[in-house]
Design a protein around this ligand. Sequence first.
Ligand code: NAI
Ligand code: 15L
Length: 269
Amino acid sequence: MPAPRTVLLTGAAGGLGTLMRSLLPEYGYTLRLFDMRPVEGEPDAITADLGDRQALREAVRGVDAVLHLAGISLEAPFEKILKANIEGTYNLYEAAREEGVPRIVFASSNHAVGFTPAPRAGEPLIPVDTPRRPDTFYGLSKSFGEDLAQLYWDKHGLETVSVRIGSCFPEPTGVRMLSVWMSPADGARLFHAALTAEGVGHTVVHGSSANTRLWWDLTSARALGYEPRDDSEPYAEKLIAEQGELDPENPAHSHLGGHFVNDPPIWPY
Ligand code: NAI
Ligand code: 15L
């Protein structure tokens, strides 16, 4: 596959989409933007819902790849998750198949496997083939997305890298995040690797920086050419002083998915 140049960025108005709009052009991409909300300062962005199959078909036409970030990004009532994340992701894959788009990079999440116990000191890192253990309807939708990606590779030859993102924010804001944080710059490095690596078929990778307190294995991400450069450790002293060490008896501290394992739905809209 020739290196992709024109990439459809769904979820362009969101937190991660905003970070990637500023970081990915440095890698030479031309971004076409898509979101149900207007993208500030971007009058050419496509404002449409993932439920609009015609808009999606036009949005993917002629692009070399899609970076699919759009969707509900926290726990929410099942009916909302069903529309945005399950049907919406299906609609995107159908549009990509119909228009011959060769690759999608799918924003999966640690919450697809959020009930996986966090490794204690000396235990092995969580492997990428750990059984799915979604911690929410949200995590379940990311499991669906990964299976959908596998189906479209096996049946239609449409490639996907499913990136199980840990926490991608400018800084880690909690003690758990010290283990799963992905700096925005490392996020751009990983997405670039996922967009350009040869012969990925459907590959699942963990998305984190090279954190000292890392919980999961980055081997499959590194195999794409990803070389993380950041580490959350400089934030550790301050966060632990403020919040204390993780308590192994607290389920929200002792599972990969953190508070998602026991929080009620929190999607604000
Ligand atoms: P966000 O909530 O800030 O952005 C999501 C964007 O998707 C929003 O701009 C929203 O308007 C758009 N969107 C939602 N439903 C839509 C629909 N039906 N049609 C069109 N657009 C729709 O979320 P964030 O943090 O930017 O995350 C981006 C993606 O990465 C999400 O899929 C999220 O699940 C995933 N992810 C993010 C992580 C993080 O640390 N930021 C961690 C793990 C996964
Ligand atoms: C996610 O999947 C969410 O989209 C993001 O907002 C964070 O909550 C992140 O996981 C996390 O686990 O920290």
